[in-house]
Write a new protein. Structure first.
Length: 401
């Protein structure tokens, strides 16, 4: 068999209406191995099995849209497609009579569409710290949190929906104080970071558990004990300009730990990430990133006024986020609500009569001007703007603050 070529499979089935809920569907594929490398055959078989599952679910999917990233070498994997497929579990892989059979279980969700604006969402990822650093002593993996943070950033950049991502080499909060933080404290911290870095969405969290444990293999007469390690990731996403907690979830996995206690494991080395624990950790990160991307995808793009000119406003979005000359924005005004642990500053209605047009643009900022003389006087530093004439902007205008 020649090296893997792109697989062009476009499967369309109209067997049943789309369900409103996610469902798990099983798929299967069998391929002859012949003289081809087993890993290459395996990759094609997995894709075909996923396509088989999607066909049974009545979905439309191109197999080449499946991003495997080399992670489907463990029993679980995360993939991304056009909003239909979120996760894959490999149930079995068997070789018999020169043929490889792969059986997968695919989590398929209905295709959803949101009429959002054209701009890239601006995201700030803070460093994910180890909640209990002493757990890193076995293997000397004290920089594990730094590595996980970097991979969250990398996977967010690769998401199908456009995200403008920046990694901050500091944690959102100290591990000793995070559990005591009230929601309002989180919003205030997120608001500060948004103003400092010009990013709307703040992604933060902690690595809650990387402890080790032994698991007895009861299938063997010797009752061998395998050393395994946990990986629990807590993730939060805040829309800092609207004081909204979009995601709060925990992701857990575990895998064999193949390194000795005396080993100083190099988490910068690909050998670590190709180990079972490294692969499962990446799979867990992918699950979190998929949820982060979904939480952000349909939210309105909002940016702040970072400077006032005599004849215009400077805002923190530019060509890197998709802003073009002539684009229109509406002004958002903020007002203070009664301070409670759960409320802070709310975004008021967009002022539809105060429209601004992009007159200058560079990579990270734009200048907005208006024909309405009153518009500039009503806009203050750190006020917010959102794209005008979009379904999301109109929806926000009709909401009660």
């Amino acid at each position: 068999m020649t090296p893997i070529l792109r697989i062009f499979l476009l499967l369309l089935a109209c067997l049943s209406p789309l369900s409103a809920f996610a469902e798990w569907v099983q798929g299967e594929s069998t391929l002859a191995i012949k003289d081809a490398p087993l890993d290459d055959v395996r990759l094609v078989a997995i894709k075909n099995a996923i396509a088989d599952a999607s066909f049974q679910a009545g979905s439309l999917i191109s197999a080449e849209d499946v991003v495997l990233n080399g992670l489907l070498v463990s029993s679980k994997a995360e993939i991304h497609s056009t909003g239909r497929i979120q996760r894959v579990e490999i149930l079995s892989e068997t070789v018999e009579d020169g043929k490889l059979t792969v059986v997968v279980r695919v989590n398929i969700t209905p295709i959803f569409s949101c009429e959002s604006d054209k701009y890239s969402r601006t995201v700030l990822v803070t460093r994910f710290q180890l909640l209990k650093p002493r757990q890193a002593a076995y293997g000397d993996i004290y920089d594990f949190g730094q590595q996980i943070s970097k991979r969250i950033e990398q996977q967010l950049i690769r998401q199908p929906n456009s995200l403008s991502v920046q990694l901050m080499d500091q944690a959102f909060a100290e591990t000793t104080s995070f559990n005591a933080m009230q929601p309002q404290m989180m919003y205030e911290k997120a608001s500060y970071l948004a103003q400092t870095y010009g990013r709307q969405f703040i992604v933060f969290g902690f690595i809650r558990d990387i402890s080790l444990f032994e698991q007895i293999n009861t299938e063997n007469d010797d009752d061998d004990a395998a050393l395994k390690r946990n990986f629990t990731l807590d993730v939060y996403v805040i829309d800092a300009f609207r004081n909204a907690l979009l995601l709060q979830d925990s992701y857990h996995s575990e895998a064999n730990w193949s390194f000795t206690e005396a080993s100083a494991v190099d988490t910068h080395n690909s050998l670590f990430w190709r180990s079972e624990y490294g692969r499962v950790s990446l799979n867990t990160v992918n699950a979190a990133v998929s949820d982060i991307s979904t939480a952000i995808a349909c939210k309105a793009s909002i940016t702040q006024i970072v400077d006032k000119l005599p004849d215009g406003l400077v805002v923190g979005m530019g060509s890197d986020q998709g802003v073009s000359l002539g684009d229109s924005f509406s002004l958002l005004k903020k007002r203070a609500l009664k301070r409670t642990p759960y409320t802070g500053i709310a975004v008021q209605h967009p002022l539809k009569n105060l429209r601004f047009t992009v007159s200058e643009v560079n990579a990270g900022a734009s200048v907005l001007t208006s024909d309405n003389p009153a518009a500039l006087s009503l806009a203050d530093l750190y006020d917010l703007v959102t794209p005008a004439d979009t379904p999301l902007a109109d929806a926000m205008a009709n909401q009660t603050p």
